[in-house]
Structure formats: structure tokens, C-alpha cells
Design a protein. Structure first.
Length: 115
């Protein structure tokens, strides 16, 4: 089995304990592997994010909000899955207390459709 890599597990509580986001970032880095970067995002009151240059996936970990997908607002709650192509305007609104999402960035700048 030689070079087999081990699976990794990070609980929500462990990720929340990693501290505040680094300067210049809105989310906390949790894990990276190849082009995939997993982060934890916990906006308070207002979501200030701008469109990203890579494709991303959100999985709602706790709380509820409305998600503006570039066209309309859809409700999201724990377990909701959201895909956002690179460059698409989007944000969360009407955030409940403790609202937290897992964010997964992956692929090249410009998104996978650029290839």
C-alpha cells in the first residue's frame, strides 16, 4: 500500500476553534489538498463577500439565511448544498445567529468551465 494518504476528519467544533480568519480573508482555512481548499465561513449580520475567481461549494453547517444566487434569493439551512461558478455574484442575507458554512474552493482561476 506504500504511499497511500490517510483520510482526514475535522469536526465543526475543531474548525470553529481554529480562530478568526487571517488578515485580508473572511473565512478560516481548514484543509487544502491539490486545488481543493476547505474553509469555514461565519459572517455576522452582513455577508461582505465578492465574486470569487474559482468555483466553490457551500454546505450550511448551522443556522439559516437567504442565499442570493445572482438572480434570486433562496432559503438555506443546515444540510443545504450550494454550487457557485467562478465569477458569479452571490451572498448570504438575513443571517441567523451563529450562521456558519463550510466553503470548498477548487479548480483553476476562472472555474473549470474555462478549460
Amino acid at each position: 500500500m506504500g504511499n497511500r494518504k490517510a483520510a482526514q476528519h475535522v469536526s465543526l467544533e475543531e474548525a470553529q476553534g481554529l480562530g478568526p480568519p487571517p488578515d485580508g480573508s473572511l473565512s478560516v482555512p481548514v484543509l487544502s489538498h491539490g486545488t481543493m481548499e476547505a474553509r469555514l465561513y461565519s459572517p455576522v449580520e452582513v455577508d461582505l463577500q465578492k465574486p470569487h475567481d474559482r468555483d466553490e461549494i457551500y454546505v450550511i453547517a448551522q443556522g439559516e439565511a437567504g442565499f442570493f444566487d445572482g438572480d434570486k434569493v433562496v432559503p438555506v439551512r443546515p444540510g443545504s448544498f450550494v454550487f457557485v461558478p467562478a465569477g458569479t455574484p452571490h451572498y448570504f442575507q438575513d443571517l441567523s445567529e451563529g450562521f456558519t458554512v463550510w466553503v470548498f474552493f477548487y479548480g483553476p482561476k476562472g472555474g473549470e468551465e474555462s478549460f
